[in-house]
Ligand binder design. Structure first.
Ligand SMILES: C[S@@+](CC[C@H](N)C(=O)[O-])C[C@H]1O[C@@H](n2cnc3c(N)ncnc32)[C@H](O)[C@@H]1O
Length: 243
């Protein structure tokens, strides 16, 4: 069967990978993904053709997966977290559509970074929340800023993906300044690096002080809503239950 699995392998620690993701990898002839992730699961890729996608751009990777599937291979295209959340699922389906291909694409969900980070912090996502990527590679910064304003005005808990990179340092500062227009400076903020994988570290701080702590591309930042509070070493956003 001509088939591509677009797989989310979760945050990195194997115990957070779903059995469905493992089964799909085991059922594949070819596995395409970053070496860093594939190195975590050597026992699942034994006897398979492994293509390290490190040097390949996203669309090239999707075209390659489709070429291999058209030739008869079952292919796994591996993303971290969930492939449908800033991952490869959308591009893969778009490329299939553009090529009018009959290859079957199956998306296998995974534990996304914000769930993993929230679990580390306690329960910050118990009420309505929004996820915003601060990467302006594919989205205009003006659009991102508008979303920050509207999410803050709507009192959503806000999780920031791609918060800061070596070449992109001012966006997180601007984002924090926008949020301070709507939220108290004491608003709880959780910063989680490498959630649920080797090197996990986290910090609980406030909106006012969050920029004093290390933030990079391996980090998710979660900013509470107006009801979020810190209890001991956990962040809680109340759902509204009467205790
Ligand atoms: C392009 S997005 C990929 C998201 C991924 N598809 C997911 O569902 O988790 C990359 C961003 O996800 C976040 N991220 C991914 N894994 C993480 C982890 N284990 N701990 C903290 N942040 C993570 C970081 O903000 C990083 O810059």
């Amino acid at each position: 069967m001509k088939k591509i699995f677009v797989i989310g392998i979760g945050p990195g620690e194997e115990s957070y990978m779903t059995p469905a993701a493992k089964e799909a990898i085991l059922a594949s002839d070819v596995v395409i993904g970053y070496k860093t992730y594939i190195d975590l699961i050597p026992h699942l890729v034994e006897n398979k053709k492994v293509i390290d996608s490190g040097m390949k751009k996203e669309i090239e990777r999707c075209n390659l997966a489709l070429d291999l599937a058209e030739e008869g291979s079952t292919v796994s295209l591996v993303s971290s977290g969930d492939p449908g959340i800033y991952g490869m699922a959308g591009a893969m389906l778009e490329v299939k559509g553009q090529r009018d291909s009959t290859v079957i694409i199956e998306v296998i969900p995974g534990v996304t970074a914000v769930s993993a980070a929230a679990a580390v912090l306690g329960a910050p996502l118990m009420h309505d929340f929004t996820v915003i990527s601060l990467s302006d590679l594919l989205t205009d910064w003006e659009v991102i800023k508008k979303r920050l304003h509207l999410a803050a005005e709507g009192d959503f808990v806000i999780a920031l993906y791609n918060p800061k990179s070596k070449g992109r340092v001012t966006q997180i500062e601007e984002a924090r300044d926008i949020l301070l227009k709507y939220r108290k400076k004491e608003t709880p903020v959780g910063i989680v690096r490498n959630a649920k994988r080797e090197g996990e570290a986290h910090m609980i701080t406030t909106l006012d002080e969050m920029l004093q702590h290390p933030i990079d591309m391996l980090t998710v930042v979660i900013i509470g809503n107006s009801n979020t509070f810190i209890q001991g070493n956990k962040i809680i956003t109340p759902r509204g239950y009467a205790l």
